[in-house]
Design a protein around this ligand. Structure first.
Ligand code: PLP
Ligand code: COI
Length: 345
């Protein structure tokens, strides 16, 4: 039995903690090489590598959970693998085959199994795959060589409020991404473009910035690094937009909502409709389901209030519990979303 790390599991932030190993795989001369295991937290890079100059970088985020039965479960890694391909193709990088991606995930989780937080702590193991263009180019051209790295880190809640509702602000002064640019890819450049707005929201005491669509500023778009949803009656309503990331959590929650007999609407959501929602939340791998108490429009001073008692609404709670139960192996995995990772002795 391996030694348990000295970590306060139930007060873990969403941050980086060094684990034992990361895994790497390089594409060179037209093929992917073997999966390499490393203990090094650094990578050597050519000073003219395309990732440094022209933003050839994409990443993913997924989680592994320890169940009451002690088993480790990874949630929907095939979906992350497919999105990783989409992002790579979107910025002309070599896409990694789904099976190779999944092999790397299994390996990095197994190698760091002692860092998968114990059941009941609310914490999980965050898996961060990333791909970079590594060969030298000075003209604006794609790299010829690529490296995929996966590291893991145990994490607690993304927002300090956890499953308690937080306050969000909204402003038309920022575009997160360009819809016909790289809007729906999970690439580093989109997050660089969101830093000013995110820091402004934090400085004003909000958890994140809610963006309206970049084209007309009429419709709800992305909620920081998560999708947004509203609940009205028995309906789960979430944006369809070319400038949001197609969230795997949202896709799963939509299915869970249908399974629970709710109506699901995926469509443009006019700003004015905020007024009609009984509950609002954001969803994502890091955010899980994060209830929103209030949305403050910084441009016109309008306030939309969804919770006055510091509690999540009943539908958001039901969806959160149902998602968590599948991830922890406590509810039937009827859609085949989880894979159990066997631990080595
Ligand atoms: N939107 C953005 C901008 C994100 O960074 C994320 C996080 O991955 C999401 C949405 C949620 O996506 P997922 O549920 O696949 O993690
Ligand atoms: C995720 O939910 O996995 C994210 O990527 C959000 C953020 C930490 C970038």
């Amino acid at each position: 039995m391996k030694q348990q790390p000295d970590i306060q599991w139930d007060s873990l932030p969403f941050g980086y903690i060094k684990t034992d190993y990361n895994v790497r795989c390089t594409y060179k001369d037209g093929e992917w090489g073997p999966i390499e295991v490393s203990q090094d937290e650094y990578i050597p890079l050519h000073i003219a590598a395309t990732c440094l100059h022209y933003g050839q970088e994409s990443f993913e985020g997924l989680k592994a959970f320890r169940g009451k039965d002690g088993k480790i479960r990874v949630f929907r890694m095939d979906e992350n693998a497919k999105r990783f391909i989409r992002s790579a193709e979107g910025i002309m990088m070599q896409p990694m085959p789904v099976e190779l991606f999944c092999e790397m995930v299994r390996k990095v989780v197994k190698l760091n199994a002692r860092f998968v937080p114990p059941y009941g702590t609310g914490a999980s193991l965050y898996i961060r795959p990333l791909e970079i263009g590594t060969s030298a180019q000075v003209g604006v051209k794609p790299s010829k060589e690529y490296t995929v790295i996966m590291f893991v880190t145990p994490v607690g809640p993304y927002f300090k409020e956890g499953f308690k509702p937080s306050k969000v602000c909204l402003s038309r002064e920022y575009d997160r991404v360009a819809p016909k640019g790289t809007g729906s890819f999970k690439i580093g450049g989109n997050y660089a473009a969101s830093l000013q707005a995110g820091e402004k929201a934090h400085d004003l005491g909000y958890s994140v910035m809610l963006y309206l669509d970049p084209k007309e500023k009429k419709y709800l778009d992305e909620c920081g690094a998560a999708n947004i949803f509203g609940i009205r009656g028995n309906s789960y309503i979430t944006p369809a937009s070319p400038s949001i990331l197609p969230s795997i959590t949202n896709k799963s929650v939509r299915q869970i909502a249908r399974d629970l007999g709710m109506e699901v609407e995926e469509r443009q959501i006019p700003y004015e409709e905020l007024e009609t929602f009984e509950e609002v939340g954001s969803c994502g791998t890091a955010a899980v389901i994060s209830p929103v108490a209030e949305i403050h429009d910084l441009d016109n001073g309008k306030k939309f209030i969804f919770s006055t008692n510091n509690e999540a609404g009943p539908k958001s709670t039901q969806l959160f519990n149902a998602l968590r139960a599948i991830q922890l192996g406590e509810a039937e995995d009827k859609h085949g979303w989880v894979e159990i990772i066997e631990e080595e002795d």
